[in-house]
Design a protein around this ligand. Structure first.
Ligand code: GRF
Length: 202
C-alpha cells in the first residue's frame, strides 16, 4: 500500500512505521511531509531513504490554500493512505473531504475524550482512572472521525504528564502500525456508516 506521512515534530510514530515496514508490513512509504523544515521527522525519513517535503505555511495566504497544495503533493506521491503522525495543524475541510477513509491520525487520548492539545494534563485534572491513545479515520472535525483502535493504560496516583506520555508512547508505536496493517490487508475500511471489518459494518 503506498503511504504518505505528515509529521510536525519528533517523528517517533513515523519511526515505528519505518520499523514495521522493515519487519514486513506491506507499505511503501512514498513521502514524509512536514510544515516545519527543522522537524526531526524529516531527518528520520531522509535517513531511511524516503522522499521528504518541507512546506512552509508562511508562503500561503489561507489555511485552505496551504492544505490544498500539501494534499496535492501527497496525491502526486501516489499515496493511497495518508497517516497523520504528530501533524500539529488543523486541516481545512476541503482538503480533508477527498481523503475520507484514506487518512488516519494517532491521538494521545481515549477519544472522544480530550480532542486537541494537552491530553495527558486534562486526563490528570479530570482524575481519570485510565488514559490511552486512539487511531482514527480523519474527519473535518479536529480529532473527530471513527475510531479504529485504542490502547489503554491505568493512571497511577503519582503520575505526571511526563510519566503518562512515557508509558503511552510505546503503545502508540504498536497501535499505529497495527491499524495501518489492518487497512493495508483490506480487512478494515471506512464504510458509509462507519468502520467495516471483514465486510461487517461495526
Ligand atoms: C504523539 O503523541 C501523537 O499521538 C500526537 O503527537 C505525538 C507525536 O509524536 N498526535 P511523534 O512526533 O510521533 O514522536
Amino acid at each position: 500500500l503506498p503511504v504518505a506521512v505528515l509529521a510536525s515534530g519528533r517523528g517517533s510514530n513515523l519511526q515505528a512505521l519505518i520499523r514495521a515496514r522493515d519487519a514486513g508490513l506491506p507499505i511503501d512509504l512514498r513521502l514524509v511531509a512536514s510544515d516545519r523544515a527543522e522537524a526531526p521527522a524529516l531527518r528520520h525519513a531522509e535517513a531511511a531513504g524516503i522522499a521528504t517535503l518541507a512546506l512552509d505555511p508562511a508562503g500561503y495566504a489561507t489555511r485552505r490554500d496551504y492544505d490544498l497544495e500539501l494534499f496535492r503533493r501527497v496525491a502526486e506521491s501516489g499515496a493511497e493512505l495518508l497517516v497523520l503522525a504528530g501533524f500539529m495543524r488543523i486541516l481545512d475541510a476541503d482538503a480533508v473531504n477527498p481523503w475520507r477513509g484514506r487518512m488516519i491520525n494517532v491521538h494521545p487520548s481515549l477519544l472522544p475524550k480530550y480532542r486537541g492539545l494537552h491530553t495527558h494534563r486534562r486526563a490528570l485534572e479530570a482524575g481519570d482512572a485510565e488514559h490511552g491513545a486512539s487511531v482514527h479515520f480523519v474527519s473535518p472535525e479536529l480529532d473527530g472521525g471513527p475510531v479504529i483502535a485504542q490502547a489503554r493504560i491505568d493512571v497511577r496516583p503519582d503520575d505526571t504528564e511526563t510519566t503518562l506520555a512515557e508509558r503511552l508512547l510505546p503503545l502508540e508505536h504498536r497501535l499505529l502500525p497495527a491499524a495501518v496493517a489492518l487497512i493495508a490487508s483490506g480487512r478494515l475500511h471506512l464504510g458509509e456508516r462507519g468502520i467495516v471489518f471483514d465486510d461487517v459494518p461495526l
